[in-house]
Design a protein around this ligand. Structure first.
Ligand SMILES: [Zn+2]
Ligand SMILES: [Zn+2]
Length: 433
């Protein structure tokens, strides 16, 4: 998950209403498959702790990728490494004909110094943007990788009877590539992972500070698109005591800030999706009595619908340019595209609901909208996708912190639920309705 601001909202606002009551007669997995899950769980816990203790930043997941590739190779898969810098893709071809399903985990850690008291806490430091920083799996991607390695073991163990193909995607740099580099899901796709073999569906999960073992999912827009913008207002410098002799870009910038807020509140259809326009910085001027030449503003745009996203871009540009024109100034607007909306395919999400319900029973809930962004969205823009949240919050509320916090803590009781969920989704999807 890129950007953490929404996590706290989810912690406090989640509604724990069950989507459906549990059917206790239906196990999550057939007994023989469940036995394989039970067998692999000690490994999953060990992998997760090892990754946690040895976190690596985006595009630098060298050790991590080596461990993953070795594991997938040991399971007899076709394995490709070095995709999008450090990405690993394993392909498991079942003994029976059937569709292709992709399961994705992200691999990168964050420049955060761990403050959790764990025997396997990270003490890793590295260079980031010219600074010495601590490194921590503060977004929980260590869990994602261990869960998917566990599911790989289980599914590889039943290769002969598997009706179709499973693609295991281990992706670097979800949190964004280092400055000046490309990375993440977009680069994995640009390097062709879906060209050689196009999945019929893709699934991914994110650990989240909701009660451990809860699964939350929703149809349609789930996590926001995240675009940034910059606006340069060009006026004309003059003495602060003689504003009529120039064009004041500070007043124009102020009008633009207010005007931008009318885009979500007055211009976009409020019944379609929530949207956010935030100006995060305004820079202009040096002295109390000089009106400067220009002002620069930067900010972020969030929404949950692809069409609305396009509309916001047009309206931010129009609003800034025309407010500036009304004062005789100009505004230059640049919009930098970030991650698209993470949208869960409605048919796929509905079809997989019974699967998730078998895994967690009445602990399956509807996820609220999350205003953070995820580059899983790129896969889900290519093929039908479903991204869901796996609760990892401990019972003790003092141990519950949002993703990206130096205190982020994942309760390991969620790990078997994650392995069950990924395994069951793959098996049910391949078996068809
Ligand atoms: Zn994150
Ligand atoms: Zn994340």
């Amino acid at each position: 998950m890129l950007l953490l601001s929404a996590a706290t909202v989810l912690v406090t606002n989640i509604v724990m209403a069950p989507v459906h009551a549990q059917n206790p007669s239906q196990p999550a997995l057939p007994d023989n498959v469940q036995a394989r899950v039970d067998d692999v769980m000690p490994d999953v816990v060990a992998w997760r702790r090892d990754f946690h203790q040895h976190p690596e930043l985006g595009n630098r997941e060298f050790r991590t990728a080596g461990i993953i590739a070795e594991h997938l190779e040991s399971l007899g898969m076709e394995v490709e490494t070095g995709i999008a810098h450090t990405g690993v893709v394993g392909v498991l071809r079942g003994g029976q004909p059937g569709p292709v399903v992709a399961l994705r985990a992200d691999m990168d850690a964050l420049p955060v110094e761990e403050r959790v008291d764990l025997p396997f806490a990270s003490q890793v430091t590295t260079q980031y943007n010219g600074q010495e920083v601590g490194v921590m799996h503060a977004c929980g991607h260590d869990n994602h990788m261990a869960i998917l390695m566990g599911a790989a073991s289980v599914l590889a163990g039943m290769q002969a009877e598997l009706p179709g193909t499973v693609m295991f995607i281990f992706q670097p740099a979800e949190e964004g590539a280092p400055e000046g580099e490309e990375g993440g899901a977009e680069l994995m796709l640009a390097e062709g992972i879906f060209d050689a073999m196009r999945p019929d569906a893709v699934f991914g999960l994110h650990v989240w500070p909701i009660p451990a073992g809860v699964i939350a999912v929703r149809e349609g827009g789930t996590m926001a698109s995240s675009d940034s913008f910059s606006i340069t207002v060009q006026g004309q410098q003059t003495h602060g005591a003689a504003p009529w002799a120039g064009i004041d870009p500070i007043v124009v910038a102020s009008q633009i800030v207010m005007g931008l807020q009318t885009i979500p509140s007055r211009q976009l259809n409020a019944t379609t999706t929530p949207s956010i326009v935030t100006v995060g910085a305004i820079n202009g001027g040096l002295r109390s009595n000089i009106i400067p030449d220009s002002v620069e503003m930067i900010g972020t745009l969030r929404t949950f619908d692809a069409d609305t996203r396009t509309q916001i871009h047009q309206r931010v540009t129009r609003t800034a340019e025309q407010i500036a024109a009304s004062a005789g100034a100009t505004a230059e607007v640049e919009i930098n595209l970030g991650y698209p909306v993470t949208a869960n395919d409605p048919d796929l999400t509905r079809a997989m609901q019974p699967t998730l319900q078998r895994v967690v029973g009445d602990r399956l809930t509807e996820s609220p909208l999350i205003t953070g962004a995820e580059d899983f969205s790129y896969y889900a823009n290519e093929v039908p996708g479903m991204f869901f949240f796996l609760g990892i919050a401990a019972d003790d509320p003092e141990m519950v912190y949002p993703n990206h916090s130096p205190f982020f803590y994942a309760d390991e009781s969620a790990l078997p639920v994650g392995v069950q969920a990924m395994t069951a989704l793959a098996l049910d999807f391949l078996s068809g309705p």
